[in-house]
Ligand binder design. Structure first.
Ligand code: SF4
Length: 96
């Protein structure tokens, strides 16, 4: 650990303005199931936003998204609908 603190401490300093009712990430379950990409989404997200539920369904707790774009970069075509939150909403980084 350095003077900036651990990753967990730095992430805890972030602030989120959640745009209730306006998810900026949507999962196309059919594409995710067909391509078997669910476990990849769960594994790559640094914020642990994705989880795999009953029947392999992928859930997304988008309110905790860091807007890093990693999931979008690795997801198969059509698996995700992803866009930045509306202005004034989303994450504010407070530590480096
Ligand atoms: Fe997770 Fe980054 Fe995708 Fe947000 S953009 S859901 S933080 S991988």
């Amino acid at each position: 650990m350095n003077d900036l603190g651990s990753i967990a401490e730095r992430l805890a300093a972030n602030a989120y303005a959640v745009d209730e009712g306006h998810a900026h990430i949507e999962v196309n379950q059919e594409v995710v199931q067909r391509t078997g990409s669910g476990p990849l989404l769960v594994r790559v997200c640094p914020a642990h936003v994705y989880s795999q539920g009953e029947g392999g369904r992928i859930e997304v707790a988008w309110a905790g998204c860091l807007e890093c774009g990693t999931c979008l970069a690795v997801a198969p075509d059509g698996a995700l609908t992803w866009h930045y939150p509306r202005g004034g909403f989303g994450i504010s980084f407070r530590s480096g």
